[in-house]
Design a protein around this ligand. Structure first.
Ligand code: ISE
Length: 339
C-alpha cells in the first residue's frame, strides 16, 4: 500500500520533506500540500509531480484520501493542526516543537490518551542521524562506562528575523534537550542559563549566545551552547563523556581539501545537508510505522517533556536562577522500547 501524505507548510522544511518523500522514501506519495500562500503551495506541489493544493490546513486534514500528515508550518500553529489530526485518527509527523508551550503539548498528550493510542511523532530528527545513533549504541554497550557529562554545540549561520527571542530555546536548543533525554534515557530536573557578553554583531532584540546547563535525575551534567548568528555556517558538535572514555560526533564530510594554503572541510549554510540522512531515515521510519499502525521516534510525551525543559530555560534566562523541571511520570500509553 502506498501511503497518501498531506504536507502542511511549504517553507524551507516543508519543501525539503516533500522532496525527500518524493525522491527517497518508499511506500509513500505526497498527495496534497497546503500553505496560506497559494503560489508557494503550487510550487511545492510541482516538486511532488502532482498534488492537490489547499490553503486551508483543516480541509487537507479532513481530506479522506489523505492517510497521514506532515506538519511543517509555523511553530505556533502546530498545536491546532496536531489536535485535528489526532481527532480524525491520522498519523502525524509534526516538526519540532510539538507546540510552543508545555501546556499546549500536554493537550496533545491528553487527546492521545482519550483516543487510546499514540498517533504523533515529533520531528526530532537527530534520533535518526547515523552519528547520534552510533553515539547511543556505544554508550548503551557500556564501553565507556556510565555517562558523566554531555557537551553540545548548536550554531546556525543566521536566524529568520520573524522568529521570537524565545525560539532560540524552544525551536533550536530544544533539539539538544531532546538528544540529552533520549541518549541518556534520563529526565532533566533543573536548568540554568548563563549568558556571555552580547556580541555587537547579533540581533539587538535577543540574547545570542546562551549557555544552558542542565542536570539529569541521575546527576549527569549537560551543557549546550546556542549561537544562532555564527555567520560562518551551520555547526553541530557533541561529545559524551563517560567514566572510562568519551564519544565525539564527527562532521559528516568525507574529505579534507588542501587549497591555497588552507586545509579543511566545507561548512554548510544551514541544517539540511548536515541532517539529510537523518531526515530521510526519519520520514522512512515514520511511513513504515504509520502503515503498520505504529509510532516510532519521539512521541507527544517527548515533545511535552522537551517543552517543559525549554520553559525552565526561559525562566532561568529571565530570572538568573536555577529552575527546577518537573515533568511527572510518563503515561503508560507511551511505554515502548525507545527509538
Ligand atoms: C532550526 O530552527 C531548525 O528547525 C533545525 O531543525 C535545526 O537544526 C536548526 O539548528 C534550528 O535553528
Amino acid at each position: 500500500m502506498t501511503m497518501q501524505i498531506g504536507v502542511i507548510g511549504c517553507g524551507l522544511m516543508g519543501v525539503d520533506h516533500i522532496r525527500t518523500l518524493t525522491a527517497a522514501v518508499s511506500g509513500a506519495r505526497v498527495a496534497a500540500v497546503c500553505d496560506a500562500d497559494e503560489n508557494r503551495a503550487g510550487q511545492a506541489a510541482s516538486e511532488a509531480g502532482s498534488a492537490r493544493v489547499y490553503s486551508d490546513p483543516f480541509a487537507l486534514i479532513d481530506d479522506t484520501s489523505v492517510d497521514a500528515v506532515v506538519i511543517a508550518s509555523a511553530d505556533e500553529t502546530h498545536e491546532g493542526f496536531v489536535l485535528a489530526c489526532v481527532k480524525t485518527g491520522k498519523p502525524v509527523l509534526c516538526e519540532k516543537p510539538l507546540a510552543t508551550t508545555s501546556e499546549a503539548c500536554w493537550q496533545v498528550v491528553e487527546a492521545e490518551m482519550l483516543g487510546g493510542r499514540p498517533l504523533v511523532q515529533v520531528g526530532f530528527m537527530r534520533r535518526f542521524d547515523p552519528s547520534y545513533l552510533e553515539m547511543k549504541r556505544m554508550l548503551d554497550s557500556g564501553q565507556i562506562g556510565e555517562a558523566v557529562m554531555l557537551h553540545s554545540v548548536h550554531r546556525n549561520a543566521d536566524y529568520p528575523p520573524a522568529l521570537p527571542a524565545s525560539a532560540l530555546v524552544t525551536g533550536t536548543g530544544v533539539h539538544d534537550i531532546d538528544v540529552a533525554r533520549w541518549l541518556l534515557g534520563q529526565e532533566i530536573v533543573s536548568a540554568t542559563v548563563h549568558t556571555p557578553r552580547r556580541s555587537a554583531l547579533v540581533r539587538p532584540d535577543f540574547q545570542d549566545t546562551q549557555f544552558l546547563v542542565l542536570r539529569t535525575d541521575n546527576g549527569v551534567l549537560v551543557d549546550v551552547e546556542i549561537f544562532v548568528s555564527a555567520r560562518y555556517g551551520y555547526d553541530v558538535r557533541g561529545e559524551l563523556v563517560g567514566e572510562s572514555g568519551s564519544i565525539q560526533l564527527q562532521p559528516p564530510s568525507t574529505v579534507t581539501t588542501r587549497y591555497e594554503g588552507l586545509a579543511g572541510q566545507p561548512v554548510a549554510r544551514d541544517f539540511r545537508p548536515r541532517f539529510q540522512d537523518a531526515y530521510r531515515n526519519e520520514l522512512q521510519a515514520w511511513v513504515a510505522a504509520s502503515a503498520s499502525g505504529e509510532v516510532c521516534g519521539a512521541t507527544a510525551w517527548d515533545g511535552y517533556a522537551a517543552a517543559a525543559v525549554a520553559e525552565a530555560c526561559l525562566h532561568s534566562l529571565a530570572t538568573g536562577t536555577t529552575t527546577p523541571v518537573e515533568v511527572g511520570t510518563q503515561p503508560p500509553l507511551y511505554s515502548r522500547p525507545a527509538a
